[in-house]
Write a protein that binds this ligand. Structure first.
Ligand code: KG4
Ligand code: ZN
Length: 338
């Protein structure tokens, strides 16, 4: 079954054709980063307008690269939540038009489930159950993937998402949007132990995260140094922050593996491209005898494979939408609006 996936929940207009949830036939993307960079972050209204301009071309290219025509897709899957609502709706409306005109099923896909499903294309042998750390610009959670469409939230951020803290720290360090890759690059040659940054723990919720304090600590440190006319060692501060986030994310994932007895662990979402996090997880998993699954870096961030791959498993489970489908800015993993 060939599914065309459409993803427009943030600043990438992306589409892909995936066969049976596992085999990527093509993927196509128009990124808006250069425009949003001018404003230091994503401007939702601009994102929606640019998706509207790019969607048809991006979908046409995905089909052309897959060597098929519109008439040869078996389903139109689309990220329908969560995300910037105007941006999400552009993709939802486009997918509806396609499903309606082609007479194929319209398949709504939850963005985080899409991030997780990319792993099935990278690892043909991977099957649930496994544990997934989902870390992006809007979400940070530890999820038990019990089945292809059966998820249990074990822990989540109480405040900022991990990616959001990267973006804000980057701004203070004078780096451009998106902050994650910029901090990652600057942190490469820094001393990760140079600055001691406290980690927040919750006694009653061992798998919950907090990144607001970490972010504020780094921002205060940089601002205080500036006021005193002192030099901050930007690479060292970036490395120390990077290390704190990697350790926080990694240790929660390892703790969840211990608590659940699950041996297969994964990390997905934009932040899973982070070098230090990948190293921390790889070394920790080897020491603990855990099997680690990481997406190829180019599929860590938002992409069209996400709805195309998860769309297949949703279709198999009977999760198909009618043409009254709406998009939602927020939605939990049980697909309840929150
Ligand atoms: O999954 P994603 O592409 O979009 C959302 O669903 O939000 O994640 C984007 C986030 C941004 O905050 C970005 O700064 C962060 O992922 N990110 C990174 C890296 N690459 C992207 N964070 C840390 N290190 C990276 N290499
Ligand atoms: Zn994402």
């Amino acid at each position: 079954m060939r599914i065309l996936g459409i993803e427009t929940s943030c600043d990438e207009t992306a589409a892909a054709v995936v066969e049976d949830g596992r085999r990527i036939l093509s993927r196509s993307v128009v990124t808006q980063i250069e425009i949003h960079k001018l404003y230091g972050g994503v401007v939702p209204e601009i994102a929606s307008r640019m998706h509207t301009e790019s969607l048809a071309a991006v979908c046409e290219k995905a089909l052309k690269d897959a060597g098929i025509g519109f008439g040869e897709i078996d389903g139109a899957a689309v990220t329908y939540a969560p995300g910037l609502i105007g941006a999400v709706l552009t993709g939802v409306c486009f997918a509806k038009g396609l499903a309606y005109s082609l007479g194929v099923p319209l398949i709504p896909v939850h963005h985080i489930k899409g991030h997780i499903s990319v792993l099935y294309t990278a690892y043909p042998e991977l099957e649930p159950p496994f544990l997934a750390l989902c870390a992006s610009g809007g979400h940070t959670s530890v999820v038990a993937v019990k089945g292809y469409t059966d998820f249990e939230l074990l822990g989540r951020t109480r405040d900022d998402a991990a990616g959001e803290s990267f973006d804000k720290v980057a701004r203070v360090l004078g780096l451009s949007y998106p902050g994650g890759p910029a901090v990652d690059a600057l942190a490469k040659d820094g001393d990760e132990l140079a600055y001691k940054i406290p980690i927040v723990e919750f006694e009653d919720a061992p798998f919950d995260f907090s990144f607001s304090g970490v972010k504020t600590f780094v921002i205060n440190l940089a601002n205080t140094a500036k006021q005193k006319g002192e030099e901050i060692r930007a690479a060292d501060l970036a490395a120390s922050f990077d290390f704190t986030v990697a350790r926080t994310l990694g240790e929660k994932l390892f703790a969840a593996a211990r608590a659940t007895g699950m041996k297969k662990i994964a990390a997905v979402g934009g932040v899973s491209a982070n070098e230090r996090l990948r190293r921390y997880l790889t070394e920790g998993a080897a020491r603990k005898g855990l099997e680690l699954y990481l997406p190829p870096k180019e599929l860590s961030g938002d992409n069209g494979v996400m709805p195309a791959a998860q769309g297949y498993f949703e279709y198999v489970a009977g999760n198909v939408a009618g043409l009254e489908l709406n998009g939602y800015a927020t939605m939990n993993l049980k697909e309840e609006r929150i």
